[in-house]
Design a protein around this ligand. Structure first.
Ligand code: NAD
Length: 491
């Protein structure tokens, strides 16, 4: 069996841990690798941090124009290997081929924006001619950083951080999700082709124990985390208590309001893609659909027609629109949430449980579920489902719907479907969420913008991507200099 190695100090090396867990293809249950796990991985983390510190001291002296040359190379390598990488993503996460390629393209977009770091990192200067004093603010790297990622985007998420971290002169240790470690193995083969100091980028496998070692290590100055809210909250509180800079993105529960004036055909297609894309395992998946006024009938029928035609199956098969969920436990959890919703009074329009796909009988498959009139205070409406389930509810007017949107604990995304500019403007101004979609179902910001998130969906100040990432990975230094004009002086 393929027992995965770490990449530390520029070399592939066995983990210090003999403990492993299996990595499964979620469409077949086939074991495709084993990944190091347990307390002994903490030694690996310490080795990575030691070599990262040395590499950082070397790399910070390299001019920024030279540093970004390695990113240009990386972009080309990723583009040349797009399909191979996408296949690995599909086989370990279950995504469709289109979804896997799409997430790599989003990753590459971040590499491209980080290539602009020479412009983005520029400082400020004020000069006082009369007193011969110049005051300037420069940005310097912060040192060794770490990135901890979730299972649902095995390639993209690390790129919200890593290209910016190295372009600004830092080192980074990556701890991928133990459920999908193979994509990161391939990406580190690409990083290995770059001309970087040994140890600048390290890959350390593991779970909670490895993360705890990151939180405790004194050389690690900043942590970028993406995952569920309880873990994000833990990492933020422990990391900041240990004096580290932390950005921690958490879970989500994304509401969508559909106004009576919306384009029903377009809206139902976009909403369906948002709810069921990536089998609902997306932090920007629409979850609760709120129809307003008399619209419900039309949109309900249109949604039903679009949704029921989605084909579930193995992601690399060309006719598949929706892959499996990540684990059998995930499938069971989603199925039990659906049952709870029904027990609590929801009406079932489509029931996606007990799905078996021919040829892939062991896969963690569900087909789309639509539940209607789910009671607002119940678990199905309040909890992140992270599976292909839509809850349809109706409200009297936009005020009531907005009040509901803003009553949730999460604030990752909120969307509105309408043809009214005035309503769109009101919504974008009043909705309490960091990413807003108007006639958009997955409001994922381009790499030039921060991947925002509010409330329990984010702990910290600066998000990933764009200028926020440049700021997160640099510390400002203000320098005041006096250079009196000696030629005008009398001696
Ligand atoms: P998770 O929180 O279980 O795991 C994320 C990472 O944390 C993994 O690397 C894991 O090894 C580590 N981890 C898990 N438990 C830990 C613990 N107790 N202590 C320390 N580390 C721990 O998340 P997941 O199931 O892999 O991913 C799904 C979640 O991620 C969903 O909640 C989803 O909404 C969220 N997510 C959020 C965003 C965003 O941008 N806000 C993006 C993608 C995913």
């Amino acid at each position: 069996m393929n027992r995965l190695k770490n990449y530390i100090n520029g070399t592939w090396a066995n983990s210090s841990s003999n403990e492993t867990i299996d990595v499964h293809n979620p469409a077949t249950q086939e074991v495709i690798a084993t990944v190091p796990f347990g307390t002994a991985t903490q030694k690996d983390l310490q080795d990575a941090a030691t070599s990262a510190q040395g590499a950082y001291l070397e790399w910070k002296k390299v001019p920024v124009m030279k540093r970004v040359q390695e990113l240009y190379k990386l972009k080309n390598i990723m583009e040349d290997n797009l399909e191979d990488l996408a296949k690995i993503i599909t086989d370990e996460s279950g995504k469709t081929k289109g979804e896997s390629i799409g997430e790599i393209q989003r990753a590459i977009e971040n590499v491209e924006v980080a290539c602009g770091t020479p412009m983005l990192i520029k400082g400020d200067v004020i000069e006082d001619i009369a007193f011969g004093i110049d005051e300037m603010m420069i940005r310097q790297p912060i040192g060794v950083t770490a990135c901890i990622t979730p299972f649902n985007f095995p390639s993209m998420i690390v790129f919200w951080f890593l290209p910016y971290a190295i372009a600004t002169g830092n080192a980074m240790i990556v701890k991928p999700s133990e459920k999908v470690p193979l994509t990161m193995m391939k990406l580190f083969e690409f990083f290995d082709e770059l001309d970087l100091p040994k140890g600048l980028l390290s890959l350390v496998h593991g779970g909670k124990e490895t993360v705890d070692a990151i939180l405790e290590h004194p050389s690690i100055k900043a942590i970028s985390f993406v995952g569920s809210t309880p873990v994000a909250r833990y990492i933020y509180s422990k990391g900041t208590a240990n004096g580290k800079r932390v950005q921690a993105q958490g879970g989500a529960k994304n509401p969508v309001i559909v106004l009576p004036d919306c384009d029903v055909e377009m809206s139902s297609k976009i909403i369906s893609d948002s709810v069921y894309g990536c089998a609902g395992q997306r932090c920007l998946a629409a979850s609760t659909i709120i129809t307003v006024d008399d619209q419900k009938r039309n949109i309900k029928d249109a949604l039903y027609e679009v949704v029921k035609s989605r084909k579930t199956g193995y992601g690399w098969d060309s006719d598949t629109n929706m892959g499996p969920v990540i684990t059998p436990e995930s499938k069971k959890r989603v199925e039990s949430l659906i049952q709870k919703g029904i027990d609590e009074g929801a009406n079932v329009l489509l029931d996606g449980r007990d799905t078996v796909v021919s040829g892939y009988e062991k896969g963690n498959f569900l087909t789309p579920t639509i539940l209607e009139n789910v009671p607002l205070e119940k678990e199905l409406i309040q909890t992140e489902i992270f599976g292909p389930v839509m809850s349809l509810i109706s409200m009297k007017n936009i005020e009531e719907a907005l009040q509901f949107v803003n009553s949730g604990n999460y604030g990752n995304m909120a969307c509105l479907f309408t043809q009214s500019g005035a309503m769109a403007r009101k919504f974008r101004n009043e909705a309490d969420a960091g990413n807003i979609g108007i006639n958009i179902g997955v409001a994922a910001p381009m790499a030039q913008f921060p991947f925002s998130g509010w409330k329990d969906s984010f702990f910290g100040d600066l998000h990933g991507q764009g200028n926020h990432a440049i700021e997160f990975f640099t510390q400002t230094k203000v320098v005041i200099e006096r250079w009196p004009n000696i030629w005008s002086r009398k001696f």
